[in-house]
Design a protein around this ligand. Structure first.
Ligand code: SF4
Length: 388
């Protein structure tokens, strides 16, 4: 079955998306939930409360009743993710997605962030037009922001979040595959997280890296590609080469078909929507065979984070409740919009993730946002994000 979805809610921030092979519905999840013996799940008291809330949501859903703001059923994208997991992980996945989606909306802070984003490197081989890599005060060597994550910085974070966080994404300011330790990082993550993800521009894929990605526990691999038109693609992704992209995607596909035929990994092709000429159906014609999902995210004006006009937005930004970014050197920050880490007062080398997430300063940021005073924070005062 192939189905078009044109609803932003299916993947947060996506303006248009195409999903393939969806063979599970929320009614199936409801029926499964009836059969699962929750006493055997060994859940903590807070998690029991969450699963009870989810069960109630599904009961209401099955009767076509509308849900309260603290109730939740899976989106079609999440149903697709669930369909790729072993059934023993159903309850774990439902709780993880509830926390990931609803805690930021309900402004609930627990010991750990719903998502940790790791930066294997801050370096990038592209200079995309919408990206801060084109800001030389950031990306030039002498600016001091460039570097690769070493294994000690990585391991300290992973050891702490294992069992406490499910969503771990390798992506931040640079191109993750430029750090040759990436396959080792992925190997170390095996069996630890349900929502492991890598975002890559696919330009540096070679056989070793492809085997590293495909043999890992990655739930999702995202290829950042914006257009099937070589000129348009190379205009947006400055320093890229469309022929090399196609060659690498073909190599990836060939190795996957030959050696990892039963892989459950979800492949997503994700572009940044810059103009109306970028059409998801055209993307599907060119890249369809490589991916389960194809879609566009909306453009964020990252290249001017610190120069945008001060705005009047008063809505709190959900990033402060959703994720913690750990840069290559251990610096921890709420978002990539603040690519020079002006908000950061934290480093994982001397503080734990739990200490940072619940840090007095971090709580002050959240309170300012909740009180409609984000103008008092730089660069939140120039940022358009509400994280919605
Ligand atoms: S408002 Fe912008 S700068 Fe502030 S935390 Fe959110 S994304 Fe980051």
């Amino acid at each position: 079955m192939e189905k078009d979805i044109q609803n932003k809610e299916h993947i947060k921030g996506f303006s248009q998306i195409k999903v393939k092979d969806l063979n599970i519905s929320n009614i199936d999840v409801y029926n499964n939930l009836q059969k699962i013996d929750l006493t055997k799940e060994n859940l903590s008291v807070p998690k029991q409360k969450i699963i009870n809330k989810i069960k109630k949501s599904y009961e209401k859903y099955s009767k076509n009743l509308s849900l309260e703001k603290d109730e939740y059923v899976l989106s079609e994208f999440e149903l697709f993710e669930l369909s790729k997991l072993e059934s023993k992980n159903t309850v774990r996945y439902l709780i993880y997605r509830y926390i990931y989606n609803l805690f930021p909306r309900l402004k609930i802070i627990e010991d750990f962030p719903p998502c940790v984003q790791l930066e294997p490197t801050s370096k990038c081989n592209f200079r995309c037009i919408m990206c801060y890599q084109s800001d030389l005060t950031f990306s030039s060597k002498k600016a001091g922001f460039m570097g690769d994550m070493n294994f000690d910085v990585f391991k300290k974070v992973i050891d702490e979040i294992e069992g406490n966080v499910e969503a771990v994404t390798f992506a931040s300011r640079g191109e993750p595959t430029l750090n040759r330790l990436l396959p080792d990082f992925l190997e170390y993550c095996k069996g630890k997280f349900l929502g492991l993800k890598v975002n890559t521009n696919a330009s540096m894929l070679n056989e070793k890296m492809i085997h590293g990605l495909l043999s890992s526990d990655l739930q999702t691999l995202v290829f950042s590609v914006d257009s099937p038109n070589p000129d348009e693609y190379e205009k947006i992704r400055v320093k890229s080469n469309f022929k090399r992209l196609m060659k690498n995607l073909e190599l990836f596909h060939e190795i996957k078909e030959k050696n990892y035929k039963d892989s459950k990994q979800i492949i997503r092709i994700s572009g940044v929507k810059m103009s109306q000429s970028q059409k998801v159906n055209k993307m599907d014609e060119q890249f369809g065979k490589f991916a389960n999902f194809i879609g566009f995210t909306n453009m964020t004006p990252w290249m001017s984070s610190y120069d945008n006009e001060i705005n009047d937005i008063q809505d709190p930004c959900t990033q402060l409740w959703t994720r913690l970014l750990v840069r290559h050197d251990g610096t921890a920050n709420p978002c990539d919009y603040d690519y020079k880490d002006k908000l950061s007062k934290f480093n994982t080398k001397n503080l734990s993730i739990k200490e940072i997430w619940n840090h007095k300063t971090y709580m002050e940021y959240r309170n300012l946002h909740l009180e409609g005073k984000r103008k008092e924070l730089f660069p939140c005062n120039r940022c358009l994000s509400t994280g919605k």
